[in-house]
Ligand binder design. Structure first.
Ligand code: ZN
Ligand code: ZN
Length: 365
């Protein structure tokens, strides 16, 4: 797979150059910014989904109408806003780019058939990924036109889905699986192709809590690249979900890296679930063992009693500056609870600090 040429050679080269020169900054949370709009059901639906289903979807021998069974609540289906409120999504990207972000993540975290099935919209996976990538692309192109010396990159996001392939959701049936590797592979392939068609510069398998899901995504990405005869750089970011420092599927940061290293990602990192402080030892581990770039985009601290996040831009930027001074980072950004103000503070905090040097590992593990 690594022998395939780059799909966008000048973009891939610009990214590599940026990574050699400095610590690149990824944007902050999409969800936090969407929440601030206080959207209701009707906002999520827009015209096309006004009845709670897709008016444009023709199902053979089925007449859509009241009681046809297709309608679902769409409130909280953030990814649908790429179609129903596209300007809002593009403006959120623009806000992060204005704050100084070098890379923005597409609004596609749940845009796999697997996750969209919860909203009765599994058929929209390809379209939502393509639309999400186009909105981020438009925002990046506009920002790049204004500041041509700072290239801006679209990260096409592939989320973890709502299912786990290596664990049973039912403690009484340990052998049961809610999804198979192949089902995930097919869903991720479709999503990846949408992101590529929409103009993503990079693909990121993000918020990985089950490594088998991530492997299905990486396999699907390779299939998509193979079919196209060209590839994009791939980033992988896992999530440590408990105090023992393991992912949901039970791996330490170290085990996680060695499980995905074969994919030769342009970066390996950690995001979500924890704040910068709790994430630090695990980022430190990756920075010592990974012979690729290291990323971190933590939440704005641990959730408070109301499920919100309290770390101020200054708190978070101060901690991440220390990460950078300690040589842990090549890419940094924010996850849940972070805003353009957080990203602007992080941009300032890491400005002029050298990126982590990729270690030359003596063993060929
Ligand atoms: Zn119907
Ligand atoms: Zn998060």
């Amino acid at each position: 797979m690594q022998t395939l040429p780059w799909l966008h050679p000048e973009r891939a080269e610009a990214l590599q150059r940026g990574l050699r020169e400095r610590i690149l900054v990824i944007d902050g949370a999409m969800g936090t910014m969407i929440q601030q709009h206080g959207f209701e059901e009707a906002d999520f639906r827009g015209e096309r989904f006004a009845e709670g289903f897709d008016r444009e979807r023709v199902i053979e021998a089925h007449a859509h109408g009241p009681g046809c069974g297709c309608a679902r609540d769409q409130r909280g289906n953030n990814d649908l806003l790429s179609l129903s409120r596209p300007q809002v999504i593009q403006d959120i990207h623009a806000g992060y780019l204005a704050a100084g972000a070098d890379l923005v993540e597409t609004n596609t975290f749940n845009s796999t058939a697997t996750s969209l099935g919860d909203y009765g919209l599994q058929h929209l996976a390809r379209e939502l990924n393509e639309a999400g990538a186009r909105l981020a692309r438009a925002a990046c192109d506009a920002a790049e036109a204004e500041t041509p010396s700072q290239p801006r990159f679209v990260i096409g996001v592939l989320g973890p889905t709502s299912r786990t392939a290596s664990l049973s959701p039912d403690v009484n049936r340990p052998g049961f699986r809610a999804i198979s590797f192949d089902e995930l592979r097919i869903a991720y392939r479709e999503a990846a192709e949408g992101l590529i068609n929409g103009g993503a510069d990079v693909l990121m398998v993000e918020t990985v809590f089950d490594t088998l899901n991530a492997k299905a995504a990486l396999f699907a990405i390779d299939e998509a690249f193979e079919a196209r005869g060209a590839r994009l750089p791939v980033m992988v970011s896992g999530t440590i979900t408990d105090a023992s420092g393991r992912t949901l599927s039970g791996q330490t940061a170290e085990a996680f890296w060695y499980s995905v290293r074969h994919a030769q990602p342009v970066s390996i990192g950690l995001n979500c679930a924890l704040g910068a402080k709790e994430l630090r030892p695990h980022v430190d581990t990756l920075s010592r063992i990974a012979d690729t770039h290291v990323s971190a985009h933590p939440n704005a601290g641990l959730p408070n009693a109301f499920g919100g996040y309290d770390e101020t831009p200054e708190d978070m930027a101060g901690m991440l500056r220390e990460f950078a001074q300690s040589g842990l980072l090549n890419l940094v950004g924010g996850c849940c609870g972070t805003t353009p103000a957080h990203i602007a503070a992080i941009v300032e905090a890491v400005r002029g600090l050298a990126p982590r040097e990729i270690p030359r590992l003596s063993d060929a593990a």
